[in-house]
Design a protein around this ligand. Sequence first.
Ligand code: NAD
Length: 448
Amino acid sequence: PADDRATAPRISVIGSGYLGATHAAAMAELGFEVVAADPDAAKIAAFQAGVVPFYEPGLDELLARHLDSGRLRFTTDTADAVAAADIHFVCVGTPQRATSHAANLDYVEAAVAEVARSLTHDGVIVGKSTVPVGTAERMRELATALAPAGIDVELVWNPEFLREGKAVGDTLHPDRVVVGGASARAEALLRELYAGPISEGAAFVACDLPTAELVKVSANAFLATKISFINAIAEICTAAGADVRTLADAIGYDPRIGRAFLDAGLGFGGGCLPKDIRALMHRSGELGALQAVGLLQQVDEINMGQRQKVIDMTLQAAGGSVLNRRIGVLGAAFKPLTDDVRDSPALNVAAALHLRGAQVGVFDPAAGETGRRMFPTLSFVDGVAAAAQASDVLLVLTEWDDFSDADPAELAQVVHHRTVIDARNCLDRGAWEAAGWTVIGLGVGDAP
Ligand code: NAD
């Protein structure tokens, strides 16, 4: 019974990946007692030893602080975490299925079932994973069916909007907290957990379960659409000799449009946007919402087409074939400030050129290790100059500052040909040209 426990709600976090580990540490920072669970024993051992097993700026400090404060601990035993908590955040993965566009919900189902079966007292299950609309209602029925007799379980959905690379700040200072399907009691609990961010001005949106599920995927679909929109406009800019960067700045001054997510280039990737728009496409099809299907199909197609475009540009820059040509690749992560290489456009392009017989040397400031694990046959080197060494074509595929800050005059000394394809339009073109480089961008008037 509740009166046997301390008054502040205690938290379990089920799944300790990018989302779960950040959420657990942030909840400890907000003053709560947190137990984070994950079946991955190596991951849990790392966290217990104070080591974040992936790259996320600022998370190591937060982890150290709260292993010390005693408010945060890690376990491989979900039942142990559940017994020690009143509110259970489900943060497990929802990757794309191998055989279709649909999301794989096996992990969410398993996690909800484990929590429900392990309840030793009344509790609230809070889904945070990104799921297709309709999932939460099924999870609610599952939890109710599996909870031990006499124990009251409520299930709500509280989607997460954090960005990798900025996850700590985003979790501690969110723009909005969305909670779907909460009773008055559960809503009060969630407001208590997020009291800090709400007092700083975070909007609190209470809604039904399907709306909460759809808010998350619609936000991602909109961001993806902005990127594919500007890439479509970039195609016109290339053909017409216009400059898409100036165009994006100019339209971005309009607050109805906004400048963010209007950078033309290699397109989006990572563990979220691609699989989320595909899962939404799939679910929209199931629900007969065919306009959404058509729109999202175009967004995905334009995005994947950018990768092919950069491969073709490289072939052309290398004289028609990359066989035995040396291609320097700057970037493996799907974006800067992360080591995440899930569905990374950069690695995708590097691997495609490798398959066509190029000698590819890849450098990434954070994702060398994760990149090597995903593509063991690619050669990963240490440093920008090492990647550029003797290259016939140099590619900038992730917009790390390390690359835009590199000295074009120094690199000019080590390459075989001074040709760079700036697939993120992030280089200072004038400076590179002054150092003797031919710079090929996307949507900046260069021939495709
Ligand atoms: P991740 O792969 O980094 O982490 C998922 C973790 O869940 C893994 O450590 C895995 O071992 C663990 N897990 C699997 N089954 C489990 C179970 N039954 N019990 C406990 N743990 C289990 O994935 P992630 O990037 O953290 O994403 C998790 C969810 O959050 C996804 O739905 C994703 O779409 C969503 N999300 C991610 C981000 C992001 O930027 N990464 C942002 C918002 C939302």
